[in-house]
Write a protein that binds this ligand. Structure first.
Ligand code: HEC
Length: 475
């Protein structure tokens, strides 16, 4: 669709006029607007993140100035792109189009990518010194890292492949793993071996399962399976959790979750995000916006909190969650913790308790991405408060209670990854309270997952540039 908007080159001067004229002092600078409203999804350097790159000149909604202005104004709500029309003026949206064009042009002239970590450099933190080793450099958006008892690393690529890493070599894709929806935030997500893997060989996967519903629409939803790897092939697959296909949502949209944690009593916990339908998080008849608990073979435990509630999904353990992308059990006391990606602001760290309501979207410390409020309420009776929240958002993702010996001063701390703010922080918890936080790693890309390896060194899955690195102690 052509429109009468002038080409970007003309708009540069219009934009410059607007932003330097004192009469329009309330107009905000396009670069600032981008940093404030867009960078959390499209990346601080515009190279993409949870949302597509603005530098590659590939436009699914059309590449003319008018097309780009229209998608910014109206959004692509099903796909997770908010509508900015209510929050920005037409002039600001045009200036953004110009800004995107300028940055694209600069990128073509001088591709900027984040530095490769220098393995000689020693990084200092308050309690430990480390070097960064690049472990895997040739990988496609790593999402989850985990280990088999023999020291083999398992790694998922969001695009849908599971690989093994051992003796310095990344295996070819394991064959016959589930077919996944990998558009938008969807993909092959978590991988976790059974705690008793050495005896039973089970490996669990979560992924965005593509289906066609009764109306004939393409839909997808978080699904959990387990299987074994034999001769480089995924076999013996069993379904642990699959929602009714009529409850699946549009493919590729936001908030699939999803992480797995096992406790010492044979239960598996897993998280599913609200899939962009925030009101579902309060609806016990919907599996989205929940943390679930099952026996390790997928049976529903008889003492789950909502097994006797008519219409409720029996696997639900807790509800009122937005997008829980981090889940781990504190080895010291067995408590389950989650991190949740908030809207704009309001990223949460929670202790997860049986049957509790964590409040989304009724209470939150965040606001809508376009700056309009969600609610004035941050607390209400019957809804749990987060242990802490990060406002502004760090875009919190995978977490890991550090149990290794390589960094003794960090033992027992919770390691927390951040996508938008591209760091790993160390969170010191005492008696269920956060008493100290320190950013220990930053500046090498979006941090998707963190896990301590068999030797206690700390592995980090980086997205954009896609790498797996590890922190090795110095001295
Ligand atoms: C909450 C995350 C989020 C935020 C914040 C966000 N976007 Fe998006 N945006 C998306 C997603 C997801 C898509 C992909 C939509 C699709 O595939 O249809 C998208 C798509 C787009 C597109 C279309 C790309 C194409 O291929 O056609 C443009 C342009 C765009 N965004 C610009 C912006 C601008 C400018 C801002 C800030 C004012 C912004 N976005 C903020 C998530 C976001």
């Amino acid at each position: 669709m052509r429109s009468s908007l002038p080409p970007a080159s003309l708009l540069i001067s219009v934009g410059a006029l607007l932003f330097t004229s004192p009469a329009c002092a309330q107009s905000r600078d396009a670069e600032d607007i981008y940093a404030q409203f867009c960078a959390s999804c499209h990346g601080a350097n515009l190279a993409g993140g949870s949302a597509p790159s603005m530098l590659d000149d590939e436009w699914v909604h059309g590449g003319t100035d008018a097309d780009i202005a229209r998608v910014i104004t109206e959004g692509a709500l099903d796909q997770g792109m908010p509508a900015w029309g209510p929050a920005l003026t037409d002039a600001e949206i045009r200036a953004l189009v110009v800004y995107l064009r300028e940055r694209r042009a600069g990128y073509v002239r001088r591709p900027d990518s984040l530095p490769m970590p220098d393995s000689e450099h020693v990084f200092n933190t308050s309690a430990q010194r480390y070097r960064i080793e690049t472990v895997i450099d040739d990988i496609d958006t790593p999402w989850s890292l985990n280990w088999l008892p023999d020291g083999t690393m398992l790694v998922t690529e969001k695009s849908g492949t599971l690989r093994l890493f051992r003796d310095g070599e990344l295996s070819p894709a394991i064959m016959d793993t589930p077919w996944v929806d990998s558009s938008g935030q969807a993909g092959l997500l978590e991988v976790a071996p059974h705690p008793d893997y050495a005896r039973n060989g089970w490996i669990y996967l979560t992924f965005s399962d593509p289906q066609v519903n009764a109306a004939g629409d393409n839909v997808s939803f978080t699904k959990v399976v387990r299987g074994r790897i034999s001769d480089g092939t995924w076999t013996d697959e069993e379904v642990i959790f699959a929602a009714d296909v009529e409850l699946y949502r549009r493919p590729g949209g936001p908030h699939y979750g999803s992480r797995i944690a096992f406790d010492d009593h044979g239960y598996i916990y897993f998280s599913i995000g609200d899939r962009g339908s925030s009101e579902h998080a309060q609806d016990l008849g919907r599996p989205n916006g929940k943390i679930h608990r099952l026996h390790d073979d997928g049976r529903v435990p008889a003492d789950n909190p909502f097994v006797h509630e008519p219409g409720a999904i029996a696997s639900i353990w807790s509800y009122g969650h937005r997008n829980p992308q981090g889940l781990d059990i504190d080895p010291q006391d067995g408590r389950l913790w989650d991190t949740e990606h908030g809207p704009r602001g309001g990223d949460e760290l929670n202790i997860i308790e049986k049957g509790h309501n964590y409040g989304w979207p009724v209470i939150t410390y965040g606001m809508n991405y376009n700056g309009t409020p969600i609610t004035a309420e941050t607390a209400r009776d019957g809804m749990d408060q987060p242990v802490t929240h990060w406002t502004p958002s760090i875009a919190v993702c995978g977490i890991d209670f550090y149990e290794g010996n390589a960094f003794p001063a960090w033992k027992g701390n919770l390691l927390v990854t951040a996508l938008a703010q591209q760091h790993v922080r160390r969170v010191v918890i005492e008696a269920g309270q956060v008493v100290e936080q320190e950013v220990i790693f930053e500046g090498f890309g979006r941090c998707r997952d963190v896990a301590s390896g068999p030797d206690g060194t700390i592995y980090i899955a980086l997205n954009g540039p896609n790498r797996v690195v590890r922190l090795v102690p110095v001295e």
